[in-house]
Design a protein around this ligand. Structure first.
Ligand SMILES: Cc1cc2nc3c(=O)[nH]c(=O)nc-3n(C[C@H](O)[C@H](O)[C@H](O)COP(=O)(O)OP(=O)(O)OC[C@H]3O[C@@H](n4cnc5c(N)ncnc54)[C@H](O)[C@@H]3O)c2cc1C
Length: 394
């Protein structure tokens, strides 16, 4: 038993949804030539909503309201949309093995699905406590939050390594994720440092008919001298998903991706954005004490801004810090930088710069974001118990 497609997107998460949108916009396929295979029973959705709007005590977000690509204010890709676009959704279907040489995938139901071009978008899985040698971590009141089926439950106490018991109604453990690479280990080149599938600037793996995007992909960051990074943030999943499709359908016109690493999030009344890399010396600035704090930090590496974080900024201010990082603004005096704080980024953003190709590429969408691990986990508490009821963004 088997089916054949020209294009297969393996995984039905954020990157898959944005890749599908790009296919539809470019129209580079015929009805029935493209499919998404996903272990999940529902069409791709904006995963960050799971720790935010989905947990609201009142007026919680529910599908179809947060299918991709609502997070970037693009079209809402409902199952009906996929049908109209002639994109087949093979849902509730786990791929259990892959044969890159033969270009086939074997599903848990015993079906062989073949492809000409494969986009791997398998994302990542939440690390389990037992992977850190903690006993009993499969207890029914311990839950993990990665997909829509995961439920939130309570833990009554936490015992630390030093034996201390901390009573709690609920404990949020943010211990990170691991990229879902196992189907391709031994077949595609991996990035040993980043634990992902290594791709080039076109998101192409060591096999030219296979691409990898989103959390599972380790790709070169031009701004970091082509250092290979695997990012675990939704914006990167959205952009790499789309870029891979552009590379596949229009290789001669698609340049290597030039991505400025970026994430955003919110917890309680705090909301922030981060750009670049957290390397070098840190300089803090701003007001930590007022009822509506606005503070941040720069990371300065070799006399240049390498990263910037800002809490409580306006749209223009976030854009300013992104520009300062993208341009790697020069820092001559650390004391002065601390004194100037945000003003430095604003001045930098207002400078006339000849078109050097250094303008902000891939300007982020202004929703609120988090890192996939600790930050996302803390957001659960935020949404469930207090602040979340005020806002509904993905
Ligand atoms: C609760 C939560 C909150 C988050 N909040 C934020 C945030 O605020 N800001 C931010 O920047 N990032 C956030 N993230 C991270 C962000 O959601 C991820 O970076 C993004 O989802 C990655 O997209 P992806 O498509 O690579 O992977 P995913 O969205 O994880 O999708 C992977 C898909 O592949 C499928 N799959 C995997 N293996 C197989 C297989 N063998 N067969 C079939 N299907 C398979 C999975 O079922 C899933 O559908 C959050 C993540 C979580 C879990």
């Amino acid at each position: 038993m088997g089916r054949a497609f020209v294009y297969v997107i393996l995984g039905g998460g954020v990157a898959a949804g944005y890749a599908a949108l790009e296919f539809a916009r470019r129209g580079g396929y015929s009805r029935g030539e493209l499919c998404i295979i996903s272990e999940e029973a529902v069409a791709p959705y904006e995963r960050p909503a799971l720790s935010k709007g989905y947990l609201l005590p009142e007026g919680a977000a529910r599908l179809p309201g947060f299918h991709t690509c609502v997070g970037a204010n693009d079209e809402l890709l409902t199952p009906k949309w996929y049908k109209e676009q002639g994109i087949e959704l093979v849902l509730g279907t786990k791929v259990i093995s892959a044969d890159v040489r033969r270009k086939t995938l074997l599903t848990g139901t015993g079906e062989t699905i073949s492809y000409k071009t494969l986009i791997i978008a398998t994302g990542a899985r939440a690390l389990k406590l037992q992977e850190f040698g903690i006993q009993g971590s499969d207890a029914s009141n311990i839950c993990y939050l990665r997909n829509i089926d995961d439920a939130d439950k309570l833990v009554t106490a936490v015992i630390l390594k030093d034996g201390r018991h901390l009573p709690a109604d609920m404990v949020v453990v943010g211990i990170g994720i691991r990229a879902n690479t196992s189907l391709f280990e031994g077949q595609l080149m991996m990035s040993t440092e980043n634990g992902g599938i290594k791709v080039n600037g076109q998101l192409q793996t060591s096999d030219s008919s296979v691409y990898a995007v989103g959390d599972v992909a380790a790709f070169p960051i031009k701004l970091f001298d082509d250092d290979i990074r695997r990012l675990e943030h939704v914006d990167s999943a959205r952009r790499t998903g789309r870029h891979a499709v552009a590379s596949i359908l229009d290789p001669s016109k698609t340049r290597d991706i030039d991505y400025l690493p970026f994430f955003y999030s919110r917890v309680f009344t705090l909301s922030w954005q981060f750009y670049g890399d957290n390397v070098g010396e840190v300089v803090h600035f701003g007001d930590f004490t007022s009822s509506s704090p606005r503070f941040g930090a720069y990371w300065v590496n070799k006399g240049r801004i390498a990263g910037a974080f800002l809490e409580g900024g306006s749209r223009e201010e976030y854009e300013a810090i992104s520009i300062a990082v993208r341009r790697e603004a020069v820092v001559t005096d650390m004391g002065e930088l601390e004194k100037q704080g945000l003003a430095l980024a604003i001045q930098e953003s207002q400078k006339e710069v000849p078109d050097s190709g250094l303008a902000v590429v891939g300007k982020p969408t202004y929703a609120w974001h988090a890192t996939a691990g600790v930050i996302a986990a803390v957001s659960i508490a935020a949404i469930g118990y207090w602040y979340g009821r005020k806002r509904r963004r993905w």
